[in-house]
Design a protein around this ligand. Structure first.
Ligand SMILES: [Cu+2]
Length: 232
């Protein structure tokens, strides 16, 4: 229903109601005095209802009109979802390093003996970027099977050679004193032999891209207690 039609209906309805209350008093059989006061009360009610309906219609109409005017004048801002997305992307781009630049974020890795298999590491692989600062913590804590362990990070492809050197140290009188760390140019970084419930953190810069094995060189452990540092 259009606004004009609504107004006409509301007006004619009230007029008809007022005429009806004048020509046909509500209670014909009532005494004259009460009949007269009854009809005047209904007339008053009709006026109030007419004013209420008229007022409501006016408010409704003006709200519609003002809303339409604001829209057409561009005063009401539409949601700017498409504009927000590029802004978010720009913000993300400024906080992340530019492509090709060395990453400044420190890679922090913590490795423990595996809960299910205490002669293995709980971390079999981790990834860092070439040139990235790395903080590698070995927390030699196992609730059930305390054992001395270390972590030796070595050149790509040298794991088996180091396993052999570590086994040879089992028979060497100074093996334990050296923490079972073999003397090898393939070893890049290593912790000392850590007693149970002790921790050591290695800090180094990730080498060139490649897969670097890490292993425990306590004789026999490294067969299973090993993993791979993937440098990308
Ligand atoms: Cu070990």
């Amino acid at each position: 229903m259009s606004l004009g039609a609504a107004l006409r209906v509301a007006f004619s309805h009230c007029c008809a109601w007022m005429r009806a209350s004048e020509t046909h008093p509500m209670s014909n059989h009532s005494p004259h005095s009460s009949e007269h006061s009854g009809s005047s009360i209904w007339s008053l009610l009709n006026v109030i209802i007419a004013v209420a309906i008229g007022g409501f219609t006016l408010i409704f109409a003006s709200t519609l009109f003002i809303g339409a005017f604001k829209q057409s004048a561009g005063l009401v801002k539409k949601p700017e979802a498409p504009a927000a997305a590029p802004a978010a992307t720009a913000a993300a781009a400024t906080t992340s390093p530019a492509a090709g630049a060395p990453s400044t974020a420190v890679a922090e890795i913590t490795i423990k003996p595996d809960l299910a298999n205490p002669l293995a590491y709980d971390t079999k692989e981790f990834k860092v970027k070439a040139g990235q600062k790395v903080k590698l913590t070995f927390n030699n804590t196992h609730p059930a099977v305390p054992q001395p362990h270390n972590i030796v990070i070595a050149n790509a492809g040298s794991k088996d050679k180091l396993l052999g050197l570590a086994m040879a140290m089992a028979a060497a009188p100074d093996g334990m004193a050296k923490g079972f760390i073999p003397e090898s140019p393939d070893i890049l970084f290593h912790t000392k032999l850590l007693q149970p419930n002790t921790t050591e953190t290695l800090e180094f810069t990730a080498p060139a891209a490649g897969d670097y094995p890490y292993l425990c060189t306590f004789p026999g452990h490294g067969i299973i207690m090993n993993g791979t540092m993937k440098v990308e």
